[in-house]
Each structure stands twice: as structure tokens, then as C-alpha cells.
Write a protein that binds this ligand. Structure first.
Ligand code: FES
Length: 317
């Protein structure tokens, strides 16, 4: 955990708060990769993930963009309404689940709203290393588009689609991915509908799955709980414990109920911090972070959301 202080707050666009953090003791901060995010630990045990949007070569600060969620579960509302310059916060080291591919010959970014934040640090890296890129930035209106001033310096590469300039029409994703070249990778962060459309049209256009990259910060509500689940037993190999997992609880909740406290953060299958190795048994993966190949391999699972298909699952805990 890192203790930081809020050194700058700035309204970046309608509903988007820019937050600059520096180490509380003035020390250098850990480096990060473009696309990385940090956990921010808030009161009442709330943990929220926010992407870093500044230049990844900077070690004196982390910059976040916080979108005010339409239905806030506490995190974004608190940061927008109560955070002040000079406040102290506790954060995690940066983690990277959304990274630029070294194999790509060029990068195509598709950002929806606050999804611009991880992509902005990727763009800064591309500019610094003279890697070809283009951005399609999809917003309701330019009033809601953060960092437009900075992006205007790259007008040849930046295409803004503001729905209100097209009679309320959202961007045509099929067209956005129809001319992707061999070796070009697509990176998408934004609302679930946008990411689903990019995934669907990207695959229909013949883009290999490994060339499509997504960053999710919220799980679709229907995936968070499912009343049709069946019970199973999870065996903790190292601790020699057997725990019954009820249909209404996750493995993580079952372990907590029995006094075991494995690490976790998002509890929605988005951050990978609860990942545990599977020693035997068949997994029903419900996370958003493992690749298709990793899910098929079944060597690990996110215990906050994934379940067992078999009656028993032995895990390395
Ligand atoms: S706690 Fe984030 S994936 Fe499980």
C-alpha cells in the first residue's frame, strides 16, 4: 500500500474529475506500464480501480480520471463530492491488465467516455516512441470529452464521435473496425455496450482475438449474481480445509464465512487480485480478465466470481 496526497483536482469534462496524486513522503512512485491502474482504498472498506492517464515515464505523480457514475456505488460519488486538494489517500501499486502489444505494427484505440484514461497513457507512449496509432473517441457530446485539449495536438490521429453532432446516433462500430490492417491491434475501454460491439464486429471482420484488447471496470449487472447456481465443495490443499460453497455465495464469500481471508479487490472478476491456482476439478469461469486460452487451460480461477462445474474443486490455498 502507498500513502499519497491529493496535489491537484481539475474538472476535465462534464462528470469527469482529474486527480493528481503524489507520495505523501515526497518519495518517487513505482513506475507503471501504459494502461495500468491502481486500487484506491476508500472509507468503509470500499476499493475502486482507476486507470493512470499520465506519462508512464513519470515517477513523481499518478494522474487519474474519475467519471461520476450515473448510479454510483459510493466510490465516484465520494471522490467527486468530498475529495479536496491536500487530502490523504491510500492506494495500491500499479497493476497492468490492459497493455500494448509488442507484436503490433500499429495501434487503434476506441475509447468510450471515461474509457479514455488508460488509452491516454498508451497514446503518450506511442507518441514518445513514434509508434503509429489512431484514436476513435466516442462521447455523448464534446462537453463530456475529457483531455480534448491535449488530444487536439494530434488532430490527424484523433477522431471524435460526439453523438449529439449526429442526431443522437452512436458511432458505427462496424465501420470503425472494417479497415484494420494486418498486424494492427485494437484496444477498447468504455461502456459494456461499446466493448461488446467492438468485440463482435472485430471478430466478424476477421481480426484475430489476440489482437483485440479490452479493459472493463464494471461487470454487467446480470453477471454479478445468478440464482441458478449449484453448490459444490472447495478444498484448500495447503490448509487442509474443506468448505461448502452455497448456491448463493462465491468461493471467496464461503472462505470468509469460515474465517479464511484470501486477498481480493474488486470482487467482480475484473482485477485478478484474487486469482488462485487450480489443482484439480473443473472451473466455470465468470471473470473478465483471463484470456480465452487461460480459461480453457483452467489452471487458475478468480474466486470472487468463478465457480466449479465439478462437485469438488481443489485450489492452492
Ligand atoms: S477480486 Fe478482482 S478479480 Fe476477484
Amino acid at each position: 500500500m502507498i500513502e499519497v496526497k491529493v496535489t491537484r483536482l481539475k474538472r476535465e469534462a462534464e462528470g469527469i474529475l482529474g486527480v493528481e496524486l503524489q507520495a505523501a513522503d515526497g518519495a518517487r512512485l513505482a513506475g507503471f506500464e501504459p494502461g495500468a491502474h491502481i486500487d484506491v482504498y476508500l472509507a468503509d472498506g470500499l476499493t475502486r480501480q482507476y486507470s493512470l492517464c499520465n506519462d508512464a515515464s513519470e515517477t513523481n505523480r499518478y494522474c487519474l480520471g474519475v467519471g461520476l457514475a450515473a448510479v454510483s456505488r459510493g466510490g465516484s460519488h465520494y471522490l467527486h463530492m468530498s475529495l479536496r486538494e491536500g487530502d490523504a489517500l491510500t492506494i495500491s501499486e500499479p497493476r497492468t491488465l490492459f497493455r500494448l502489444s509488442r507484436d503490433a505494427t500499429c495501434h487503434r484505440f476506441i475509447a468510450g467516455g471515461i474509457g479514455i484514461t488508460p488509452i491516454l497513457s498508451m497514446i503518450r507512449w506511442c507518441v514518445r516512441h513514434s509508434i503509429p496509432w489512431q484514436l476513435h473517441y466516442c462521447v455523448r457530446s464534446r462537453m463530456c470529452a475529457a483531455y480534448l485539449d491535449e488530444l487536439s495536438a494530434f488532430s490527424d490521429c484523433v477522431h471524435v464521435h460526439a453523438n449529439d453532432e449526429w442526431g443522437g446516433q452512436a458511432a458505427d462500430i462496424q465501420t470503425l473496425v472494417s479497415d484494420v490492417k494486418m498486424g494492427e491491434h485494437i484496444y477498447c475501454c468504455g461502456p459494456a455496450g461499446l466493448m461488446d460491439a467492438v468485440s463482435r464486429h472485430g471478430q466478424q471482420s476477421g481480426i484475430p482475438r489476440e489482437n483485440l484488447h479490452f479493459e472493463r471496470f464494471t461487470a454487467p449487472p446480470t453477471q454479478i449474481s445468478d440464482n441458478s447456481d449449484r453448490p459444490f465443495t472447495v478444498v484448500l490443499a495447503k490448509q487442509g480445509l474443506r468448505c461448502a460453497v452455497k448456491p448463493t455465495e462465491s468461493i471467496l464469500e464461503s472462505l470468509e464465512r469460515q474465517g479464511v481471508s484470501p486477498p481480493f479487490s474488486c470482487r467482480e472478476g475484473l482485477c485478478r487480485s484474487c486469482e488462485v491456482e487450480v489443482l484439480s476439478g473443473e472451473v466455470e469461469h465468470r471473470d473478465y480478465v483471463l484470456s480465452e486460452e487461460e480459461q480453457v487451460a483452467g489452471k487458475s480461477l478468480m474466486i470472487c466470481v468463478s465457480r466449479a462445474k465439478s462437485d469438488e474443486l481443489v485450489i492452492d490455498l
